[in-house]
Design a protein around this ligand. Structure first.
Ligand code: NAP
Length: 484
């Protein structure tokens, strides 16, 4: 099945921080892919902006190199690349000074879609917002895109929201969480709200528990400086896991439109109970023969920053009263594998004898790798023997069902940037959502700090500290295996 591409209107997109890592790895390759797919026309402009002195030609070479390195297709076609690069230009600009702003305001065109991607640290957001306004580029129809981390706690998130609100309306602000751009995440909504099959069962009466795992096999790598001040709770749970949590638990929105969806997500976060210390496990990876442990990697012998979190959360509302949600994320685990598993309760009464065993249905939403959805159903084990039951998957791997060419499958950044151009905020976080997520996270972190406890060490290549297994075992449940 080939996906339908609807071209967007011509636009000007300014990547502020256009020479940075994010622009190189994600933004430029995503724009190139959408151009190749025919979604971006030749009239659009992509303007890189940063302090580095550079001519447009050099920036085009920089962009070409980034696209060749980070585009997931076998081959970047020289003619397509050359055509794309004609859209690209560069301006030397300082967020903190006046250099370059007049030139930029002369480059962006009036009466067309204008978007400014703040691909810089949050400390520059205020300067950027102020200067966009000063140089007449912050009119009502322009959009700004901001990246995570959006604050490091409730106070800093509020401050960032306040700064942006001085110059922009909420409808102009696109806070990116790239997890929301994943095909499966949106399919989660399609499966839940487009089928009669699941929604009647989507509550504490039929669901035993829900597990959300976002596992990485890599360590902190070059991000050690940032990570040691953040940790897994701030870096992953407050944003990515929280967003997945909201989508799986929210009530059906009245319409699939930005504020209806975001209102429902916000209600989930506000209904979250505080997680007691006994329901949360922090871990930190050790080294092995091949890789250094976390503390060596970040060159901080006394670091108590967690690289792993597992917790049990409860939502105080009618739908989910009594159903635990188990969340787990960590670095240097067995595999890179992210999934949501909805584990249904056992049938209320078994008509089969004990040999048949006990079985339950599990709906698994795989986010990476191999995005797809799988429903485990119980059937009779084939053969002439007695009535023995076996669980088999009804598998819907998107790559198989929707076409053999995974390259047709847009990356999260491709979809999200196109949504910015289309002016659709459904998959972006609203300011109050981000603040509510911090309001839930802050007391947990404060309790750790007050207790002065250290994270549990764990071996790399496994599934985290043993204490995380006990968190489930004591409830008579177990984590699903971390596997791609
Ligand atoms: P980076 O590699 O350090 O790049 C920062 C960019 O900002 C560079 O282009 C830099 O270029 C420019 N810059 C710095 N000061 C400036 C100023 N005063 N005026 C104009 N431009 C300035 O950072 P990054 O990794 O791309 O990350 C950018 C943002 O995205 C950060 O907030 C980060 O947390 C977030 N993020 C990054 C990733 C990722 O994969 N990299 C993932 C998620 C979120 P000059 O030095 O030439 O000015």
């Amino acid at each position: 099945m080939v996906s339908r591409v609807i071209p967007v209107e011509p636009f000007d997109l300014v990547i502020i921080g256009g020479t940075g890592d994010l622009a190189r790895r994600k933004i430029l390759p995503a724009l190139y892919q959408r151009f190749v797919a025919g979604q971006i026309g030749k009239e659009s402009q992509i303007i890189g902006a940063a302090r580095s002195e550079m001519e447009t030609e050099s920036y085009r070479s920089f962009a070409a190199e980034a696209i060749r390195e980070f585009t997931d297709t076998d081959e970047v076609k020289p003619r397509k690349l050359a055509a794309f690069l004609k859209l690209v230009s560069y301006v030397t600009l300082d967020a903190k000074g006046e250099a370059g702003w007049k030139t930029l305001s002369g480059m962006v065109q009036e009466n067309r879609i204008r978007a400014f991607y703040f691909s810089v640290g949050p400390s520059l957001f205020g300067d950027l917002a102020k200067r966009l306004q000063k140089y007449g580029m912050a009119e009502d129809d322009c959009r700004i895109v901001v990246e995570k981390p959006f604050g490091r706690d409730l106070a800093t998130a509020k401050e960032l929201n306040r700064i942006l609100a001085r110059h922009f309306d909420e409808s102009q602000i696109y806070r990116i969480d790239h997890y929301l751009g994943k095909e499966t995440v949106q399919n989660l909504m399609a499966v839940r709200f487009g089928n009669m099959l699941f929604e009647p069962l989507w509550n504490s009466q039929y669901v035993d528990h829900i597990q959300i795992t976002v596992a990485e096999s890599v360590g902190v790598g070059g991000r050690g400086g940032y990570y040691d001040r953040a940790g897994a709770m701030r870096d992953m749970v407050q944003n990515h896991l929280m967003q997945l949590f909201c989508l799986i638990a929210m009530e059906p929105p009245a319409k699939f439109e930005p504020d209806s969806v975001r209102d429902e997500k916000l209600k989930v976060i506000r209904a979250l109970e505080h997680v007691k210390p006994e329901n949360i496990v922090r871990g930190q990876y050790d080294g092995d023969g091949q890789n250094p442990g976390y503390r060596n990697e970040v060159e901080n012998r006394d670091s108590t920053t967690e690289t792993f979190v597992a917790l049990k959360a409860h939502i105080s509302n009618w739908r989910w009263a009594g159903t635990p949600f188990y969340l787990r994320t960590g670095k240097r685990l067995r595999d890179r594998a992210s999934e949501i598993a909805v584990v249904f309760k056992d049938a209320p009464h078994s008509i089969f004898d004990e040999d048949a065993g006990r079985h339950h249905n599990i709906l698994t939403i795989r986010l990476q790798p191999n995005e797809g959805i799988e429903l485990g159903v119980t059937i009779k084990e084939p053969g002439p023997g007695g009535m023995r039951l076996v669980d088999v998957p009804l598998d819907m791997s998107f790559a198989e069902v929707l076409g053999p060419d995974e390259a047709d499958f847009p990356d999260a950044y491709e979809r999200l940037i196109m949504d910015v151009i289309r002016g659709n905020q459904t998959l972006f976080m609203r300011g109050d959502e981000v603040e509510a997520a911090w309001a839930w996270t802050d007391p947990i972190i404060a309790e750790w700090q007050a207790a002065g406890t250290e994270p549990e060490p764990y071996d790399p290549g496994g599934s985290g500290p043993e204490e995380a297994l006990f968190l489930m075992h004591r409830d008579g449940r177990r984590w699903r295996e971390i596997k791609p």
